[in-house]
Design a protein around this ligand. Structure first.
Ligand SMILES: [Zn+2]
Length: 427
């Protein structure tokens, strides 16, 4: 096998790997490093292993984590074979991973946000960015009315779901008070009932900044203020940030609130990123060959994902704002799931918004694999193969119900009949 360094040894290791292909891809990527140094990965020092992680030049956290995990399993195996006595990669903590990402994001500090705001011609953009930065949620922004703003008390009343009747009171600082006041006074957007509802297009399109970027920057800023720089990241501090920024999914928050990200944003520590340009080009070339190896099913998944991300998901997001089975509302994690599976649908059904359910990745997996379905009243039907404990862990119970319109019911009937019932035995 070409392009795998020290192939005889690695082949022995690969023989026992279930996801062999994925390991091979990683070994093809480490080849050039091993070739350069004239030795196998297991003879690499920690610093050399880090060079490999930097050298992947990837900007996806999970990819880097997977690559590292694969190399680490290999090193564990090498320990078992007595080639080495310890696996150096074990010293990398999960939270210190982001430094290996390329094109890593430099989040905004409060001063940088202020400078950006200074150059905005419309106060509405200034206000939206400011409120996102301090943790106001999208739905709360959309429902904001001038009368919810109390200049004297320096408070905002935030309403997420008008029908629920629950109100959150947020204390705001002098600067935010000034910004809101100015926005209300600005005649163009002046005294309409809702400050933002008609200007909904602005949300998420604060140019050139993205909504999530501002929110993430705000979370990092808050963590920084809480003193995470000095004391490290404790559970309690993460909890405080999570409470202030409820729209950020907990798992993503863990990735976001790393000392690396905070240091990088606040320039406390320069990071080494001097990987030769040539390596990057090589890496791109290898990526291109790896992509050719996708199977037909994978291809369908890719297409499905692409459609899910674009038209279909957007259409669904206009109707639903969070997972139908739980409170996950971060758009980045929501999946536009087809009730009647994409592969079974005709072109019209694939794009019919009634054939969609917005779900978080966990619940999408359950639904997509036919472990749960819904009856004509929208009551959940759960596969017998899921025991009580699993149901609890997955956040589903017999009493779960969702609202379905007539068209959705038709698709759901199909899902139940063709998918749930048929998978019953294999479930
Ligand atoms: Zn969910």
């Amino acid at each position: 096998m070409k392009n795998i360094y020290n192939y005889e040894v690695k082949e022995k290791f690969l023989q026992n790997q279930k996801s062999r292909k994925s390991y091979e891809t990683v070994f093809r990527k480490t080849y050039r490093f091993e070739f350069d140094k004239g030795k196998d990965l297991y003879n690499f020092s920690f610093e050399e292993l880090e060079t490999v992680l930097y050298g992947f030049k990837h900007n996806s956290f999970s990819t880097i984590e997977t690559y590292k995990g694969h190399i680490s399993s290999y090193l564990d195996w090498c320990c078992n074979q007595n080639f080495i006595t310890k696996n150096d990669l074990n010293q990398i903590q999960r939270g210190n991973f982001s430094k290996y990402l390329s094109n890593r994001i430099k989040y905004f500090t409060e001063i940088e946000l202020k400078n950006w705001q200074k150059n905005q011609p419309h106060n509405i953009d200034v206000m939206v960015s400011q409120l996102l930065f301090i943790g106001v949620e999208t739905l709360e922004l959309q429902n904001l009315r001038p009368k919810d703003f109390d200049e004297e008390k320096k408070q905002l009343q935030l309403i997420k779901y008008p029908k629920s009747g629950s109100i959150k009171v947020l204390n705001i600082d002098e600067k935010t008070v000034g910004i809101i006041k100015k926005t209300i006074e600005e005649s163009e957007y002046g005294l309409t009932d809702f400050l933002l509802q008609e200007k909904i297009n602005y949300i998420g399109k604060v140019k050139p900044l993205k909504k999530n970027f501002i929110r993430d920057s705000g979370a990092i800023n808050y963590a920084y203020i809480l003193g995470m720089m000095k004391g490290g990241i404790s559970k309690k501090e993460r909890f405080l940030v999570a409470r202030k920024f409820p729209e950020i999914a907990p798992s993503y928050l863990i990735e976001l609130l790393t000392l690396d990200n905070i240091r990088y944003t606040y320039n406390e520590e320069k990071l080494s990123t001097d990987i030769p340009y040539q390596l990057e080009l090589e890496s791109l070339a290898i990526d291109a060959t790896a992509q050719i190896e996708v199977t037909e099913t994978e291809k369908e998944q890719v297409v499905k994902a692409r459609i899910g991300q674009s038209t279909f998901k957007k259409a669904l997001l206009n109707i639903e704002k969070k997972c139908r089975l739980c409170d996950v509302s971060d758009e980045r994690f929501l999946v536009a799931s087809h009730i009647k599976p994409w592969s079974q649908s005709n072109h019209q059904e694939r794009l019919d918004v009634n054939n969609g359910l917005l779900l978080c990745p966990n619940h999408d997996a359950l639904f997509d694999k036919g472990y749960v379905s819904f009856d004509e009243l929208g009551k959940i039907i759960i596969s017998n193969s899921l025991n009580e404990e699993e149901r609890l862990l997955l956040g589903i119970s017999k009493t779960t119900e969702i609202a379905l319109n007539e068209k959705q019911k038709e698709y759901m009937e199909w899902h139940y009949r063709e998918y749930f019932e048929k998978n019953k035995n294999s479930n």
